[in-house]
Design a protein around this ligand. Structure first.
Ligand code: PAF
Length: 273
């Protein structure tokens, strides 16, 4: 595995490669969820590139940019053992200049839900993912469905900017008790971890309600909010696959999303119905 720090050097190296490139962009602190993305990239492509970059532009003032878990050596080992060909490890100075061009998230879909709790977050995500895709020019890029809004916005960017890459959505990987894997789970105390399981419980109840024929979005949301206590609920939203809020669940075209705060940790999860 080659570890490359410079964007231009990586671009040059990858131009010389033959065959398909699978790309897994990450912010590090790699867990089983990331490994599932890497395995999928490995199966479908000749070359696998993983990036690790804690992107400053997607953190708002006062958020956890400095505290975000950084595990350079452990992450390198995970990549090596997973058969990654190139590990891209840039620093902020090489990725960003001064007074530069950046992308704006769409005015509506980029500023609802997580975009409303974190205004500007998705502009930072799209800017960095655009840069990363331009550097790596992958055949396929892999993203988790846990960050469903991020995934939808990246798909929208790729379509709107006519980018030549296939975005591959991957199912959420969960810890044994059902908590969706996230690098931020490391912040949770034992008690917070237990309380966080209310998120998956609420999503299971929502699924059961739908299976019993309850299709009213407001009824489902009310039930879920009751179960989420004592977590601080940022939102429970029911949308169609185009991320338009819906009143009535459409089976095969619905995503139920939750964002809740446990202690000081923001947790996201969702279920596709
Ligand atoms: O999901 C993430 O880890 C990040 O938002 C991403 C896509 C790597 C961009 O920094």
């Amino acid at each position: 595995m080659r570890v490359v720090h410079s964007p231009l050097a990586l671009q040059k190296l990858l131009k010389e490669e033959q065959g398909s490139i699978g790309f897994v962009p990450t912010m590090g602190a790699l867990h089983l969820g990331h490994r599932t993305l890497i395995d999928a990239a490995k199966k479908a492509n000749d070359i696998v590139v993983v990036s690790i970059f804690v992107n400053p532009t997607q953190f708002l003032e006062g958020e956890d940019l400095d505290a975000y878990p950084r595990k350079e050596e452990a992450d390198k080992k995970v990549c090596e053992l997973s058969g990654v060909d190139y590990l891209f490890y840039p620093d902020a100075a090489s990725m960003y200049g001064n007074d530069e061009v950046s992308l704006n998230a769409p005015n509506v879909r980029g500023y609802i839900m997580e975009g409303s709790s974190r205004p500007g977050h998705f502009s930072g995500v799209l800017t960095v993912v655009n840069k990363l895709l331009n550097i790596v020019t992958p055949t396929r890029a892999y993203f988790g469905k846990k960050d469903a809004q991020q995934l939808m916005l990246i798909e929208t960017m790729v379509a709107n900017l006519f980018m030549n890459v296939e975005i591959v959505p991957m199912d959420t990987v969960r810890e044994k008790e059902g908590l969706a894997m996230s690098s931020r789970n490391a912040y949770l105390s034992e008690q917070e971890r237990t309380e966080s399981l209310n998120i998956i419980k609420s999503l299971h109840i929502a699924t059961q309600l739908v299976m019993k024929g309850e299709l009213s979005a407001s009824q489902i949301k009310d039930e879920m909010i009751g179960i989420l206590e004592p977590l601080e609920v940022e939102y429970v939203t029911i949308v169609n696959r185009s991320f338009e809020p819906i009143e009535v669940v459409e089976i095969g075209n619905t995503i139920i999303l939750v964002e809740a705060i446990s202690g000081t940790t923001r947790l996201l999860d969702n279920i596709w119905i």
